[in-house]
Design a protein around this ligand. Sequence first.
Ligand SMILES: CC(C)(COP(=O)(O)OP(=O)(O)OC[C@H]1O[C@@H](n2cnc3c(N)ncnc32)[C@H](O)[C@@H]1OP(=O)(O)O)[C@@H](O)C(=O)NCCC(=O)NCCSC(=O)CCC(=O)c1ccccc1C(=O)O
Length: 293
Amino acid sequence: MVDCSQCGCSGHSAGSDGASTSYASATGRPSSYARVHGEVSRAPAQWRRIDTVAKEELREVRYEKAVGEGIAKVTINRPEKRNAFTPRTVMEMSLCFADAREDPAVGVVILTGEGPLAFCSGGDQSVRGAGGYVGADGIPRLNVLDLQMQIRRLPKPVVAQVAGYAVGGGHILHMMCDLTVAADNAVFGQTGPKVGSFDAGYGSTQMARLVGQKRAREMWFLARLCREVLRNSPTALRILKSALNAAEDGQAGIQQLGGDATLLFYQSEEGNEGRQAYMEKRAPDFSRFKRLP
Ligand SMILES: CC(C)(COP(=O)(O)OP(=O)(O)OC[C@H]1O[C@@H](n2cnc3c(N)ncnc32)[C@H](O)[C@@H]1OP(=O)(O)O)[C@@H](O)C(=O)NCCC(=O)NCCSC(=O)CCC(=O)c1ccccc1C(=O)O
């Protein structure tokens, strides 16, 4: 096993050059995957830091993109509080995820916490008031619930990279991610009832469903490493994620899958014929599009 703290992997076999992951076949020769796609680099990513997103200076979150690769990384940056989140932290995370969604160069997003002691310890209890967590505007918020939805609906895989504690709302955040890569010291748990809190939404229902869901996603996305995800078709990943959500999310899941179907249809000749005909003030001619069995 190789210690690969930069890529967040929990361990993989090194290629003969020590800088790539080798997928040897049973014969010992390079696998057909390696022959067709080449080896997967395990060289440390070069991160470029982004200090401002949507004109908002990032103070409680670090946001980075890997140079020349489609990986974005969102790091909760409050290690002195075991990366507990305030309304501002959540707002900054939300801006970063929105940016990663919009950036066509980004294919996969990592969510992690600063330092080895905690991924995230949930809501910052020192700013909790009646009605939610209170930021500079004095308004109590539970805005992490919106962030959970945002992660869930992001049409790109999100990988939680967990070292240390992932507890309370922090545990729920990792559960909302598609994949979780855990360091040896990772500790997972809910503390809500101890501190007078609970999450009866995804925090409860998703946890109940997780084992099957996570396994399926791992198999479909083949995502032991972010870089492997990036080699796969973004549309296939998008539809797979939607499909896996749809079975669990009821109408909201169908809405997401339906949106993806529209996206594909808009890219087709058949979809364009309808729009074109409208623009040209003529009847559309769909006769050349076959009704396949
Ligand atoms: C995480 C610990 C187990 C780590 O223990 P340890 O390593 O011994 O470190 P400590 O000395 O305890 O902590 C160091 C330092 O950090 C402060 N701190 C840690 N966690 C928090 C926190 N969550 N809030 C505020 N401050 C925190 C700690 O006080 C220390 O500060 P000093 O000044 O040095 O004393 C342990 O720290 C621990 O158990 N922490 C609390 C975990 C917790 O209970 N979290 C809150 C759970 S409730 C929640 O997250 C709800 C969130 C939410 O918004 C929500 C609301 C409604 C519906 C849904 C949700 C949702 O999230 O889904």
